[in-house]
Design a binder for this molecule. Structure first.
Ligand code: GLN
Length: 490
């Protein structure tokens, strides 16, 4: 049976488009029809603009007919997490605060994808302002996991992961502050890549925690993730944290490394295999380790001794930064403005009280507290010091290994409503947070299914700016398995 168009990877669709077996309009129509058929159940999209997507597809077909196709992404519908600006389209961050906001300009990643010919397709649900691990914190709707609709897709980029898994886009973008690309990728059975801090511009991304946020791709295959990364990466004068260094053609580079170097040294951090790890996830990851061994890779135990402080450090630094970033939502220049206010101070209070949801408020309060005088040294400053130690742990480990291998999430997708205690939710991020604190690249690739049929993800953590090698290691695994060819029945 041939796979439906909407389940095919970019690399295959690019061939069909190139051969004119399929047009961009046909492909886009297939994705739109699929979205209309399943999204009432999956609830991945906050909004989409069918006419706009079809107009972009027509333009792509016209380019191609004139011999001016722009590359492998030309004509490919890509979905955007609803924190990434697409000019003229809504941008809500899944918050009441921005329910009626329209992007005045394109994010740099959006512009780059458009320049590559990709079709911007819809805005995908998330936990409000990217705060959460289940997409239940959205002010509008809770996204469902396409593999089991009673379960969460992970978060905060749950819409981006679920839409891709359900065939409602060919690839998507998300943002990852503490795991928000990799964890939902794991829970929905797709590939999710968080690039090195500074590799991808955040201009036009709604800021959550600026020393941690990175934009990255969700894709069906490692090869597709490489293609998307090379389209969005690179220096941007509009984001002062974006690094000025040449961007390799990741896909070609990855294949070159695969040809030349077949043996990788992989580190297994013992701290990531302890208490709280679901036995089925542990077993799937052990099997993946076995696979790498069978390919001649060297497996070494490594230690990341400060791992246990990761969640605590993250929830101090991320909340401190968010309390500052979210101060701009005051009801004056844009966003929700209360109609009940008596005076300007009351306007700030009421607009924020009405516009923000419970989790966002919790974090602003916590973040303000850890930055306040008398507590700054005890919490924020200390957390920054431990953050340095966490980064040092990784850099020490990289003296002996090329990459580090761990589970992505301690459990497969949990049931909606199961983690009403915020602390239980925060613990979903134990294996992903260190990567953000250390500014490293990390990828989650599907590595099996639980006995209940839920996807399991394997996390590979690379060295700074060595995405090509990280992708090669992930590709080696993917090439020996066919998890990516399974799709949920909807
Ligand atoms: N789940 C983490 C949090 O709630 C990470 C979110 C993210 O990466 N945006 O903060």
């Amino acid at each position: 049976m041939s796979t439906e168009l909407f389940f095919k990877p970019v690399t295959e669709l690019a061939g069909l488009l190139e051969a004119k077996t399929v047009s961009a309009v046909e492909l886009t129509k297939a994705v739109i029809a699929r979205t209309k058929a399943v999204d009432a159940r999956v609830k991945a999209f906050n909004s989409y603009d069918e006419a706009d997507a079809l107009a972009q597809a027509e333009a792509s077909d016209t380019r191609r007919a004139a011999g001016q196709a722009r590359g492998l992404l030309d004509g490919i519908p890509v979905g955007f997490k609803d924190v990434i600006s697409v000019a003229g389209q809504p941008l809500t961050a899944s918050s009441r605060m921005l329910a009626n906001f329209v992007s005045p300009y394109d994010a740099t990643v959006t512009r780059k994808l458009k320049d590559a010919g990709a079709i911007s397709w819809g805005r995908l649900n998330l936990d409000e302002f990217a705060m959460g691990s289940s997409t239940e914190n959205s002010a509008f709707q809770a996204t469902c996991n396409p593999w089991d609709l009673s379960r969460v897709p992970g978060g905060s980029s749950g819409g981006s992961a679920a839409a891709l898994a359900a065939g409602e886009a060919i690839a998507t973008l998300g943002s990852d502050t503490g795991g928000s690309i990799r964890q939902p990728a794991a829970l929905c059975g797709v590939v999710g890549l968080k690039p090195t801090y500074g590799l991808v511009s955040r201009y036009g991304l709604i800021a959550f925690a600026s020393s941690l946020d990175q934009i990255g791709p969700f894709a069906r295959t490692v090869d597709d993730a490489a293609l998307l990364l090379e389209a969005i990466a690179g220096h941007d004068p509009l984001d002062s944290t974006s690094v000025n260094r040449p961007v390799p053609r990741y896909s070609e580079e990855m294949h070159r490394i695969r040809r030349e170097k077949k043996v990788f040294r992989l580190g297994i951090p013992k701290e990531y295999f302890g208490e709280g790890l679901d036995p089925e996830v542990g077993a799937a990851v052990e099997k993946a380790i076995g696979f790498y061994k069978s390919q001649g890779c060297e497996i070494r135990e490594v230690s990341l001794p400060h791992t246990e402080y990761g969640v605590g450090v993250y929830y101090i630094i991320a909340t401190a930064e968010c309390s500052s970033n979210l101060a701009r939502y005051d009801g004056i220049r844009y966003g929700h403005r209360s109609k009940e206010a008596k005076d300007v101070v009351d306007l700030y209070f009421k607009s924020r009280a009405e516009g923000f949801g419970a989790e966002v408020k919790r974090r602003i309060i916590l973040g303000t507290y850890v930055l306040s005088s008398g507590y700054y040294d005890a919490f924020y400053l200390r957390a920054q010091k431990v953050r340095t130690l966490i980064r040092q742990d990784f850099l020490n480990a990289y003296k002996d290994v090329d990459a580090i291998l761990t589970p992505t999430s301690p459990t497969p997708a949990f049931r909606a409503g199961d983690k009403s205690d915020p602390l239980a939710m925060y613990l979903c991020d134990v294996y992903t947070i260190g990567v953000n604190l250390a500014g490293l690249p990390g990828i989650s690739v599907p590595c099996g299914f639980s006995s209940g049929g839920l996807p399991i993800g394997l996390q590979l953590i690379g060295q700074p700016f060595k995405e090509a090698e990280l992708l090669a290691i992930a590709d080696l695994y993917e090439g020996g398995h066919d998890w990516q060819r399974r799709h949920p029945k909807l």
